[in-house]
Ligand binder design. Structure first.
Ligand code: MG
Length: 385
C-alpha cells in the first residue's frame, strides 16, 4: 500500500460580504487541500489550518520523503515528517503542513481498509456530537447589534442548542452585545464568547465579571496565548470556564498549557496541531490533567469530518459519573468552499451530528468544486499598487 503521489491545491473565493473580528477582517476564504493517492488507486484528502500558500510550500517540502512509504503506517510517517522539520520549526506552519498530510493519510487508510476513521482511532464512544454554531462576526454599517441578534435567533430556529459569539471590540460593547444576544436566545441555549486574545489580564477579568450574569459556558482566548500564567490567574477570578489552545502545537505545547493550569477546556485544531495522530496524543494528555477537549474547527468539510471522527472517539475522564456533552465547532460564517467542496455522510439532526460508519472520513469530495476554486498561488506578485 505504497504512497504513489501527493498533490496540493490552494482554493480561494471572494466573499459577498466582508466580516471581521477582534484581529482582522475576512474578504475571502482561502484553504490548502492535499490529496494523497496510493498505488492501489485509493485517495485520501487532508486540509491544513493556516496561511494556505505557506502550508502548500510545507507540504511540497515534505512530500518527496513520503513517496513509496506504506500509507497505512500513519505513525511511522508522522515521525518521519516531524524529524524532517523540528530543527527548523518545532511549532507553527510546518506542523500544520504535517497535519494536512496526516489527516489525508487517515482518510486514505479508512478508504483502503473500508473502515471509518473513528474505528481506526480505537472505536466510537458516542453516536452523535452536539454542534455549536460559530458565527456572530462583525460587519460594517448601522444596526450591528440587531443583526447579531437576528443571526442568533436563526441558529436557534435551525436547531442549534449552543452558539459562540465574538467579543473583543471593547468591554462596554461586548457586554451590551452579550446581554442582547442572551435575551434573544433565552436561558436554555448555551452561549460561549471568543475574544481571539483581544485583551490583557485586567481587561479580561473585568469583561468576565461583567458577563458572568449571562450564563457563559466558556470564555475562549481571552488573553494572548503567550501568557500561560495570566490565564491561570484569570481562572481564579471568574466562574466562567476558560478555553484556549487553537494557537498551540503538538503535545509539547499542550503540556505547557495544561501544566500551568491555564484552561478548563483545551481546543487543539486537528489541521494544525499535528493531525489526528497528534490530536489523539493531546487528548490522552488532557485526561491526565482532567481537562475537557473541544477541538477548534475551521475550514472545509475535510477539517470538520476529521474533528467529528476525533470527537466520536474522544475519551472522557475515567470514573466521571456522567459523560459530559461533547461539542463540535460548526462555523456558520460565509464560506462557499466549505459548502461546495464536500458532501458528508454525517447528518445534522436537531442540533447534533450523527456519526456515520462510511469508510475514511465519511465525505465525498466534489472535484468540480476543487478545480473551480483552485488558484495558481505561485502567480502572486507583491508590489505597491
Ligand atoms: Mg477561537
Amino acid at each position: 500500500m505504497k504512497i504513489k503521489s501527493i498533490e496540493c491545491f490552494v482554493l480561494a473565493d471572494t466573499l459577498k460580504e466582508t466580516f471581521y473580528f477582534s484581529q482582522w477582517e475576512y474578504a475571502e476564504r482561502r484553504i490548502c487541500v492535499v490529496k494523497v493517492t496510493s498505488e492501489s488507486g485509493h485517495i485520501g484528502w487532508g486540509e491544513g489550518y493556516g496561511p494556505a500558500g505557506v502550508l502548500k510550500a510545507g507540504i511540497e517540502f515534505l512530500s518527496p520523503f513520503l513517496i513509496g512509504m506504506n500509507a497505512l503506517e500513519t505513525e511511522t510517517i508522522w515521525i518521519k515528517m516531524y524529524r524532517r522539520t523540528l530543527d527548523y520549526a518545532r511549532r507553527g506552519i510546518l506542523v500544520a503542513s504535517i497535519s494536512a498530510i496526516d489527516v489525508a493519510l487517515w482518510d486514505l487508510k479508512g478508504k483502503i481498509l473500508q473502515q471509518p476513521v473513528h474505528l481506526l482511532l480505537g472505536g466510537k464512544k458516542r453516536d452523535y456530537v452536539t454542534a455549536y454554531a460559530t458565527g456572530l462576526y462583525y460587519t460594517k454599517g448601522e444596526g450591528l447589534v440587531d443583526r447579531l441578534c437576528e443571526e442568533a435567533k436563526q441558529y436557534v430556529e435551525f436547531g442549534y442548542t449552543a452558539i459562540k459569539m465574538k467579543v473583543g471590540l471593547s468591554i462596554e460593547e461586548d457586554t451590551e452585545y452579550v446581554k442582547k444576544v442572551r435575551n434573544t436566545i433565552g436561558p436554555n441555549i448555551k452561549l460561549m464568547i471568543d475574544a481571539n486574545h483581544a485583551y490583557n489580564l485586567r481587561e479580561a477579568i473585568i469583561l468576565a465579571n461583567s458577563v458572568e450574569q449571562y450564563d457563559i459556558s466558556w470564555f475562549e482566548e481571552p488573553i494572548s496565548p503567550e501568557y500561560y500564567g495570566q490565564y491561570a490567574e484569570l481562572r481564579s477570578k471568574t466562574t466562567i470556564p476558560i478555553a484556549g489552545g487553537e494557537c498551540e502545537y503538538l503535545r509539547f505545547g499542550f503540556q505547557n498549557l495544561l501544566q500551568s493550569k491555564s484552561v478548563d477546556i483545551v481546543q487543539p485544531d486537528i489541521c494544525s496541531t499535528g493531525g489526528l495522530t497528534e490530536a489523539k496524543r493531546i487528548a490522552t494528555l488532557a485526561t491526565v490533567y482532567g481537562v475537557d477537549v473541544v477541538p477548534h474547527t475551521w475550514g472545509s468539510g475535510i477539517a470538520f469530518s476529521a474533528a467529528l471522527h476525533f470527537i466520536s472517539n474522544l475519551e472522557i475522564m475515567p470514573g466521571r459519573m456522567f459523560s459530559p456533552e461533547c461539542f463540535i465547532e460548526h462555523d456558520r460564517s460565509e464560506n462557499p468552499l466549505r459548502e461546495q467542496l464536500t458532501s458528508s455522510s454525517m447528518k445534522f439532526d436537531n442540533g447534533k451530528f450523527v456519526i456515520s460508519d462510511e469508510p475514511g472520513l465519511g465525505f465525498t469530495l466534489n472535484e468540480d468544486a476543487l478545480y473551480k476554486y483552485a488558484i495558481d498561488d505561485t502567480a502572486n506578485k507583491f508590489a505597491i499598487k
